[in-house]
Design a protein around this ligand. Structure first.
Ligand code: DQA
Length: 143
């Protein structure tokens, strides 16, 4: 199975960013753990993070061209604003899990709206970085 883990703005700051909310783990640490899990079952996994909406859109288009079968996506702040990213995912028809480190439903009002939750396979929100591992394991059907 070919999987892309896609991360939106400011997630490159994991480890130093609002640690009370997002924890101490860096994005590199997290990606390393995800790679180990994927390797267990010989799944092909790739990673991309950008702070720019158009780069994330292009990454979704490129995923289509590369026959990626599943995306694990934390759109970060674009969760609450981006019709363009939603349209990109609908356009390429690649199934995806939506992941949030924090529980967006118990935070500020402006984080209550997600442009992705109704079209995601499933949403993992509020499990810390473990949410990515849960999504990957579910996709790969491993425990
Ligand atoms: C986030 C939640 C978003 O509201 C926020 O803008 C982020 C990260 C999360 O992982 O909890 O950047 O997606």
């Amino acid at each position: 199975m070919k999987i892309l883990v896609l991360n939106g703005p400011n997630l490159n700051l994991l480890g130093i960013r609002e640690e009370d909310i997002y924890g101490n783990e860096t994005l590199q640490d997290l990606e390393h753990k995800l790679k180990e899990i994927a390797d267990e079952v010989n799944a092909e996994i790739s990673f991309y993070q950008s702070n720019a909406e158009h780069d994330l859109i292009n990454a979704i288009h490129d995923a289509y061209k590369a026959d990626v079968e599943l995306i694990i996506f934390n759109p970060a702040a674009y969760t609450h604003t981006s019709v363009a990213l939603r349209d990109a995912l609908l356009g390429v028809r690649i199934p995806f899990y939506e992941v949030h480190i924090s529980d967006i439903k118990t935070r500020e009002d402006f984080r209550q709206k997600s442009y992705f939750s109704d079209i995601a396979i499933k949403v993992f929100s509020g499990h810390g970085t473990n949410g990515y591992l849960l999504a990957l394991k579910e996709a790969l059907k491993i425990s």
